[in-house]
Design a protein around this ligand. Structure first.
Ligand code: FES
Ligand code: FE2
Length: 444
């Protein structure tokens, strides 16, 4: 069980918190490159409880900085993006994207101290259509994480952001809680309605899978396994990767190059950020699941209806179905068995249950079951790493040695029974499609 103290340590991410410090050891996906227009208006951005702006200058360089002007604190969100920097509209001070003060026009040349003052700017790089930001204290930023997906050419990477209105931990834990699939998402589907080779066949044939779980160099891993006919086993592998990433089994293992980030915007809001290989066999690339007679399975659509983005701190990538309209729940569909949950899509079903827990779940309220071992283990791994950083200054997994992420993969497959789960994983990975090993982008 998770104590009240552990719950607070795990869920709070602001500056100075235990988990906030851990998160700041890593590069964080902040926004889509397309959200910041060259020479255009700044974007309000909340990350780890800090109010920031992102802006692209007229030379195309992206900056992510504290929104407050270091003169008297007016918001640089209001600023003028002009000629190589952002100019505060209050007294005209101007900063480049690295925070350097370029101009202090309300002060006489003799008293000008622009060389002594700077806006607080974080290091930012662009990769896979995303602006990544490093909010840590190291003089030299680490490389980007060594994910396989970042070996893929940018043009072959799909990226999607969706805001979730709850703490990052309960959102993330939906991804490593594999036994919910046969209920929340597929409770209305029977195995005999599906083709035998359908990816979800085994998950509904046996709804209480057995598990293997272990700590790994990148975080934690699990394998859900079920008997799949004589001498065969159905495997579903998934991972947690430091500090807020997952890989889920919703794709053919041999081609499933994907990561899912649960980026804390603040303690009560999270940005889901998924990156996937468009050429691989992932749920993101496949048509909507169907029964063997060809009819679409209810509640498994992949469409997301977004509200228009606004300039608010928390106004980006919000879904139209949300707590205010009960996630557009259809009680008739729930009752007649068309959709077990009554909620329209897999993502929205996950969104509804985790948001319904409230902004931050009271973890002392839970009654964790044997099916929750992956959750318990992942919390422990996060806590231990955050405390080791706080108490001994030990860098957390993958913060320096970013290569630990390279062999992490999630996905499903059926294999001959009899081998150990980790051997089975290694063998499947050895035969899997892998994007060419590229050179990691050097951090500035
Ligand atoms: S507050 Fe920004 S220039 Fe004065
Ligand atoms: Fe789910």
């Amino acid at each position: 069980m998770t104590t009240a103290t552990e719950s607070v340590e795990l869920t709070r991410v602001g500056p100075g918190t235990v988990m906030g410090k851990l998160m700041r050891e890593y590069w964080i996906p902040a926004l889509m490159s397309s959200e910041v227009e060259r020479g255009g208006a700044p974007v309000r951005l909340m990350l780890l409880g800090e109010k920031l702006i992102a802006v692209r200058d007229d030379a195309g360089r992206v900056g992510v900085m504290d929104h407050r002007c270091p003169h008297r604190g007016a918001s640089l969100f209001l600023g003028r993006n002009e000629d190589g920097g952002i100019r505060c509209i209050y007294h005209g001070w101007k900063f480049d994207v690295s925070g350097r003060c370029l101009d202090m026009p309300n002060v006489s040349p003799q008293q000008d101290f622009k060389h002594k003052v700077g806006a607080k700017a974080y290091r930012a790089v662009e990769r896979a259509g995303i602006v990544w930001v490093y909010m840590g204290a190291r003089a030299e930023a680490p490389p980007l994480p060594g994910f396989e997906i970042l070996d893929v050419p940018d043009g072959e990477v799909g990226a999607l952001f969706i805001q979730r209105d709850c703490n990052y931990l309960q959102a993330l834990e939906g991804d490593i809680d594999t036994s919910h699939f046969g209920f929340l998402h597929a409770g209305h589907v029977e195995a005999d309605e599906l083709e035998k080779n359908d990816p979800i066949y085994h998950t509904v044939a046996i709804r209480a899978p057995e598990y293997h779980i272990a700590d790994t160099d990148w975080g934690t891993s699990y394998a859900g396994h079920r008997a799949a006919g004589p001498g065969r086993t159905s495997w579903r592998f998934g991972n947690f990767m430091f500090p807020f990433w997952t890989q889920v089994p919703n794709g053919e293992f041999s081609q499933h190059v994907q990561v899912r980030g649960w980026v804390p915007l603040d303690d009560e809001h999270t940005m889901y950020c998924v990156l996937w290989w468009k050429r691989g066999l992932s749920a993101m690339n496949q048509s909507d699941p169907a029964y063997k007679d060809g009819a679409l399975i209810g509640g498994m659509g992949r469409r997301n209806d977004f509200l228009p983005n606004t300039t608010d701190w928390l106004g980006r990538w919000r879904l139209a179905a949300n707590a205010s309209n009960d996630w557009r729940m259809d009680r008739a569909a729930q009752r007649d068995g068309t959709i077990y949950s009554g909620i329209e899509s897999i993502h929205l079903q996950d969104q509804a249950v985790t948001e319904s827990m409230g902004p931050i779940l009271d973890h002392t309220f839970e009654h964790l079951a044997p099916s929750d071992q992956m959750i318990t283990r992942t919390r422990r791994r996060l806590l231990m790493a955050a405390r080791a950083l706080r108490d001994k200054g030990l860098p957390p997994p993958g913060a320096e040695n970013v290569e630990v992420f390279r062999d992490a993969r999630g996905g499903y497959f059926v294999a001959d029974a009899g081998s150990g789960w980790q051997d089975t994983y290694a063998k499947e990975l050895a035969g899997a499609a892998r994007p060419a090993r590229g050179v990691l982008q050097a951090a500035k």
